[in-house]
Design a protein around this ligand. Structure first.
Ligand code: SF4
Length: 292
């Protein structure tokens, strides 16, 4: 019997990252769908404010990319949104393809593994497409508003860096500008904290095959799980408590401490499933309208 997940569930970089960090967290959040009244990060107000600003920045950029006048959008912005938006206006990568620019696009791809069929979805901040057929070039751009830019070596390990290009290539056959080959795709992170130093990852067929194998392993493991015992807590070490449990809402339930980790120590790269700006929940309508 494959694992029963809610009918609207699609795997995302967030849920997969949760599983990779701590299988129990995946179980509690996505199978039991348990809300737990603990703070992820202290102080809460400041954390909430960062979340709100991140969401506001994404909305601003979405409107700017849709062609709304920049002067109008810049008016009356509170700090640090004013600086972030100014950085975007000055340092939006100049080499992005211009023929097609899609913002806040959700794509989904079916995935059949030995343990069952499932789907994988991703919400893209921006997809820029240019060129024809053989010369097609597709850049996935992800805006990040965390307090520090994330190191390349850490981004390379993140499920987002695997899932975004993978889903795009798999879903591209059904898109007006598709299909695209892995070699035509680039994933790029852009940081308000370091707007002139984006981090780019070029995709390839070898990487696509390796990513498929990795996803197969993880999804088989998850879908073969039957109960809570098959989703163990992350090993109890000081480092894991610091990196994962102290920023996890389930820590008192798991007996892994009471107080939230501090915002000062919060590093999105160390605990990426608590992403400050990407709440990757897909609505049933969004998922159903995608080819699957
Ligand atoms: S508190 Fe720690 S062990 Fe419990 S779900 Fe969260 S990360 Fe896993």
């Amino acid at each position: 019997m494959p694992l029963e997940l809610p009918p609207t569930f699609a795997f995302s970089q967030s849920s997969l990252q949760s599983y990779v960090n701590c299988p129990r967290r995946f179980w509690l959040a996505y199978v039991e769908e348990l809300t737990w009244p603990a703070l992820e990060v202290a102080p809460y107000d400041e954390h909430e404010q960062l979340l709100r600003r991140g969401a506001q920045f994404h909305r601003l950029v979405e409107r700017a990319e849709a062609g709304l006048p920049k002067e109008l959008l810049s008016q009356g912005l509170a700090h640090p949104l004013d600086e972030w938006f100014e950085s975007y206006l000055r340092h939006r990568p100049a080499d992005l393809p211009t023929e097609i620019v899609e913002v806040e696009r959700v794509l989904s791809a079916p995935l059949a593994v030995e343990a069952g069929r499932t789907r994988l979805a991703a919400r893209y901040d921006l997809i820029a497409v240019g060129g024809d057929d053989e010369d097609r070039r597709v850049v996935i751009l992800d805006w990040k508003t965390n307090q520090r830019a994330t190191r390349r070596s850490i981004l390379q390990q993140r499920m987002q860096t695997l899932v975004y290009p993978f889903v795009l290539v798999e879903a591209s056959a059904g898109l007006p500008w598709g299909p695209v080959s892995p070699e035509q795709v680039e994933m790029r992170y852009w940081f308000t904290a370091a707007p002139t130093e984006p981090v780019a990852f070029h995709y390839s067929s070898d990487l696509h095959a390796a990513n498929r194998a990795k996803l197969n392993n993880i999804l088989n493991e998850i879908l073969r799980g039957e109960n809570r015992a098959d989703f163990p807590k992350v090993v109890d070490t000081d480092e894991n408590r610091r990196r994962f449990c102290s920023f996890c809402v389930y820590r008192s339930r798991c007996d892994r401490g009471i107080g939230a980790g501090s915002l000062e120590e919060f590093d999105e790269a160390e605990f990426p499933d608590a992403d400050l700006e990407d709440a990757l929940d897909f609505t049933l309508e969004e998922v159903l309208e995608l080819a699957f």
